[in-house]
Write a new protein. Structure first.
Length: 362
């Protein structure tokens, strides 16, 4: 097994970042950099996956902690409730352990509790562990809005062995969520030029372009390695791209303009088809929506290559595979939601293009 070649602690202007093998054992020492009593928010399965390795490190570091297993939504109401628990238990650092929802929830709780946050992701399905933003929902699970923060989180700690043993579905969803940045930043344009865009957005685009190329070249190999629970350089590289690099892309623009129809479609699905698509992952919904985004960008010729790439990773390819019947009524609901977004030009030509683009998900 290859040794991780990343610097053990890298700072990107968005907190401390470590990814390496056997990092769980050092998490207690890392968290102690920021607080002495941790308020841990963890998913049930995530905690079961890490507790035997992470608790001894807490004890060795003298880190006190309060554990809260959480299976609800990332809502303002729940975040306020848990922030009050955090303060009542005299905790001075929030620690999230789990998938993207728990990562976002930990950041929201930390914001209300006025503490720092350390995130320990157990999957690479999204870059939520790293971004300075939380996607917020109603208690029932409908998308509400995005809560953007004016500061970075304290640290992201990624144990690569945990990632290598995660179901491939989560890695595949993260790969497509990362690839989406390039396609969505192009929103409505087949090409991007610095002369026509702000420097921060164009810089994010160039990083997204590089990200896309790396994922196309090495993503399939990483998925195959994770399928067999092998920790390889491909897995290390894809993990870094999915969490750190994609998180930087989002943070450069404070999560504005680096997402468009793909993520708006995700919002629409979570708002209007909450139950139908409740088992679909964030990256899976965004990925299916990329067929619409490509058509809207006047790049429909790229659809087949993307479809084959997704198929090779066992990803859903249509609305129906997400759990949503592709009836004209349902397409109209999502189309109306997109038209009201800032990403669709208000013109007859644009509306006609979008109408045709919606069919690409069927």
């Amino acid at each position: 097994m290859e040794k991780v070649t990343l610097d053990p602690a890298i700072k990107f202007g968005a907190g401390r970042y470590r990814q390496e093998k056997n990092l769980l054992e050092e998490c207690g020492k890392e968290i102690s950099r920021f607080g002495k009593r941790a308020f841990i928010i963890a998913g049930n399965r995530a905690w079961d996956a890490v507790k035997e390795r992470i608790i001894p490190g807490f004890e060795k570091a003298g880190l006190e902690y309060e554990l809260h297993l959480y299976g609800g939504k990332c809502s303002y109401e729940a975040a306020r409730e848990y922030a009050e628990k955090c303060k009542a238990e005299n905790c001075d650092e929030v620690v999230g352990i789990g998938g993207g929802l728990v990562m976002d929830f930990a950041k929201a709780v930390g914001e209300y509790a006025d503490t720092g946050v350390v995130n320990i992701p157990t999957s690479i399905a999204t870059c939520a562990a790293f971004t300075t933003m939380s996607v917020m929902y109603t208690p029932e699970g409908a998308k509400k809005d995005c809560w953007r923060f004016e500061h970075e989180i304290d640290a992201v700690l990624v144990d690569l062995q945990v990632i290598a043993e995660c179901p491939i579905r989560y890695a595949a969803a993260g790969i497509l969520d990362a690839m989406a940045k390039k396609i969505e930043i192009q929103n409505g344009k087949p090409k991007m030029y610095l002369s026509e865009n702000k420097i921060d957005l164009f810089s994010a685009y160039k990083m997204a372009e590089y990200t896309y190329e790396v994922l196309v070249e090495y993503g399939a190999q990483a998925i195959e390695d994770i399928r067999h629970k092998r920790l390889t350089k491909a897995v290390e590289d894809i993990t870094f791209i999915n969490i750190a690099v994609t998180g930087v892309i989002a943070n450069i623009t404070k999560s504005f303009s680096q997402s468009a129809l793909g993520h708006m479609m995700y919002d629409g699905v979570r708002t209007y088809f909450t139950k139908e698509a409740e088992h679909a992952l964030h990256g899976e919904i965004v990925a299916v929506a990329l067929f619409t985004q490509l058509y809207y960008n006047k790049l429909s010729e790229d659809k087949e290559a993307l479809r084959l790439f997704m198929k090779g990773m066992d990803m859903p390819l249509t609305l129906q595979e997400l759990g949503i019947e592709p009836t004209q009524k349902n397409l109209d609901i999502l189309e109306a939601y997109l038209i009201d977004s800032p990403y669709v030009e208000q013109s007859e030509e644009s509306f006609k293009l979008l109408h045709e683009a919606m069919k690409q998900m069927c």
